[in-house]
Write a new protein. Structure first.
Length: 270
């Protein structure tokens, strides 16, 4: 148990860094970490519910991480209202539906969906123009109405369902509207908050969740606390790096991290 706690604590530091630099809120790091810890311990119901617990715990951690990072970004003047609202409202609506759907999906299917989503996102970032380098526009372009409505609902549906926040869909979206990585990732944090809140409530109150020690519904409170103990101090330090990373290096590092997470998930046998 001590080893598991220290593992979560140390990797919580990594989630703090990725929250600030990439807007992940911890999702893409938290899900494989919690999944791995649960499947390697004698946690009751680990085999059957490990992926559900990982997704739910990721969402709960994101509520705190994304909120803390969003506050820091707001204080630095990096948030732009026209890209946050009303997109956040439609994301929240989609997140509720996505969370309910996830409670009805088996753990193996959920793991496969998580890996497939990573693969699609990596391929899209690498092979579709507009992500690795910003387009030569004089200024960023506004979001279209259908992107805000239907796109927002789709982002919330997928992000909450997989416990990854909205960053892996919102960052490419904003990037292709001409925003530099520093601003696109900054906006991802407040856009991840409605996803995290809606998902956490659904997972915590899910009637299908097996009762386990230290759990609230599917949310593993112990694992979440360990991750936050590592992530919150790191967020306070890492926020000073925002804007100092060259734009192209920032975008390449974003994709590289997704590749690493995909490899880890495949190595663990999903």
């Amino acid at each position: 148990m001590l080893t598991s706690f220290l593992t979560l604590l140390s990797l919580g530091c990594l989630t703090g860094i990725t929250t600030v630099l990439f807007g992940f809120g911890g999702g893409f790091i938290t899900v494989p970490v919690v999944y791995g810890v649960l499947t390697m311990t004698a946690h009751p119901g680990a085999d059957a519910d490990a992926m559900h617990v990982a997704v739910a715990t990721s969402a709960a951690v994101m509520v705190v991480n994304a909120s803390a990072a969003a506050l820091a970004q707001w204080r630095q003047g990096r948030l732009r209202r026209e890209y946050v609202w009303p997109l956040a409202a439609f994301i929240a609506a989609g997140a509720v539906a996505g969370s309910f759907a996830t409670t009805l999906i088996g753990g193996t299917a959920l793991s496969l969906l998580f890996a497939a989503y990573l693969l699609v996102t990596i391929a899209d970032s690498l092979f579709r123009k507009g992500f690795l380098s910003v387009t030569q526009r004089t200024r960023p372009q506004p979001l279209e109405r259908r992107t805000v409505t239907f796109g927002g609902i789709g982002i919330g549906l997928v992000a909450a369902g997989l416990g990854v926040g909205g960053s892996v869909m919102t960052v490419p979206l904003l990037r292709r509207r001409g925003l530099p990585m520093a601003e696109a990732t900054a906006m991802a944090n407040p856009l991840s908050v409605p996803v995290a809140v809606a998902a956490t409530l659904v997972y915590a109150l899910a009637p299908t969740a097996a009762a386990g020690p230290g759990q609230l519904g599917y949310v593993d409170l112990t694992a979440g606390a360990a991750l936050l103990l590592g992530s919150l101090p790191t967020i306070a330090v890492a926020r000073r790096l925002t804007g100092r990373v060259p734009d192209r290096v920032h975008s390449i590092a974003y994709v590289a991290l997704l590749v690493v997470v995909l490899i880890v998930m495949l190595a663990m046998g999903l």
